[in-house]
Design a protein around this ligand. Structure first.
Ligand code: 5AD
Length: 395
């Protein structure tokens, strides 16, 4: 896999030189002033979104970041919501070209956690005050799998009630495309959020990333079905994909708006050694993908305002402080890793997955420090539902 920079339409954003004590305040660049005026005037048209994603001007970037952070604080408050991430199985029937656990990757040892261990892990999260968990796995649709997830949801709901959390932890599912009946069954069992990423809202890019057995239309239909059933629905895309333009990313943000989703989980594309994209295309350099991901978070926050946005683990795979930066650019959800360490390495979607060797306790302490370092606080013992969802369901 080549990693040299390709025709960089997006250049590295230079680090903004701080104006230290005694130094005169730096005048804002003309670009920054113009952006500040647009944002103050609520102008978030295509051209502005494109400009947000394209800028490499440090002053303008700070105007964007600050506006996104203010929008977050105004519409969602200053709490960071935690979802303990339980990667309960890497068995997968799909063969997505980019994904390390694709079915054709024979180098991966496959695992599935037992029900008891899934429930115990969720209980640990409840005791830690996490409030919510995510059940994530490779995609399967067989009856045994559907039953395991149903049983897990029911057992977790019953087994995580505490005085502070009388209805148990909130459960987000991230287990792919299923039939409407299955979605409904899991909703009745007690799951109330579902994350299903589009990966790209551009049909041709979706087709380039997946084998023909997967269809764009089917994914959109699943998202609509999830919404109809009553789930809080999340989607997202990979950022910095080969062949993806800034216009495509603007379309992604507009797609989120059109679909009216409640949650966004998106992050940089990161190659995996055993999941090389067709044609072995060149990949944008790390800093460019990181900056672009942060700008996508800001653009989404500015346009959608009251949705939950995750500072995903993939951000931290590109930079030690990636998730904190995500929070600073408008994200308000973090998914602490709670998958039992002995299987964590087997759930490698992309190379360089962080936190492989820390146990859940270490992850909890580390994350709390990271959240405080950017002036935010952790929501304890709450589900941390999306404000957008609560509003659209208010009677
Ligand atoms: N790079 C970045 N994200 C990836 N995912 C899977 N493979 C990769 C990769 N190589 C993301 C997809 C998927 C989520 C669970 O993980 O967006 O929806």
């Amino acid at each position: 896999m080549t990693t040299q920079a390709v025709k960089i339409e997006w250049m590295k954003a230079p680090v903004r030189p701080g104006s230290g004590p005694g130094q005169p305040a730096r005048p804002r660049s003309a670009a920054a002033q113009e952006m500040a005026e647009r944002l103050a005037g609520g102008i978030l048209d295509r051209a502005t979104l494109h400009r947000i994603l394209a800028t490499t001007d440090a002053d303008e970037l700070e105007v964007i970041r600050h506006a996104a952070e203010q929008t977050l604080l105004q519409h969602c408050g200053d709490t960071v919501r935690l979802r303990g991430l339980i990667e309960f199985s890497n068995r997968c029937v799909l063969d997505c070209h980019y994904c390390g656990i694709r079915r054709s990757n024979k180098a991966v040892d496959r695992y599935a956690l037992e029900l008891d261990e899934i429930v115990e892990t969720a209980q640990w999260c409840a005791q830690k005050g996490y409030g919510s968990i995510v059940l994530q796995s490779g995609e399967r649709r067989d009856a045994k799998f559907v039953q395991l997830v149903t049983d897990a949801i029911q057992a977790i709901k019953a087994g995580t009630r505490t005085p502070e959390l009388p209805d148990g932890v909130g459960i987000t599912l991230c287990v792919g495309e299923q039939s409407p009946e299955t979605y409904a069954r899991w909703y009745e069992a007690g799951a109330h959020r579902y994350l299903l990423r589009m990966e790209s809202s551009l049909p041709s890019l979706f087709a380039a990333l997946h084998p023909p057995e997967q269809s764009y239309a089917s994914r959109v239909a699943c998202l609509r079905s999830l919404k109809d059933i009553g789930y809080q629905v999340g989607t997202g895309v990979m950022i910095g994909l080969p062949g993806q333009s800034l216009d495509d990313l603007v379309d992604d943000v507009l797609f989120f708006q059109e679909l009216g989703v409640d949650m966004i989980g998106m992050g940089p594309y990161i190659p995996h050694e055993q999941a090389v994209l067709p044609g072995n295309p060149a990949i944008l350099d790390v800093d460019t993908r990181l900056q672009l991901s942060l700008k996508m978070i800001a653009a989404t926050r500015l346009l959608l305002r009251d949705v939950n946005i995750a500072a995903t683990t993939a951000l931290q795979a590109l930079s030690e402080t990636g998730r904190e930066q995500g929070l600073r650019y408008g994200a308000n959800v973090i998914m602490p890793q709670v998958t039992p360490p002995r299987v964590r390495r087997m759930y490698t979607l992309y190379d360089g997955k962080p936190c492989l060797d820390d146990n859940a306790e270490q992850c909890a302490t580390c994350l709390e420090g990271r959240i405080h370092s950017v002036g935010r606080r952790v929501l304890r013992n709450g589900w941390g539902d999306s404000a957008h969802y609560l509003k659209r369901n208010a009677v």
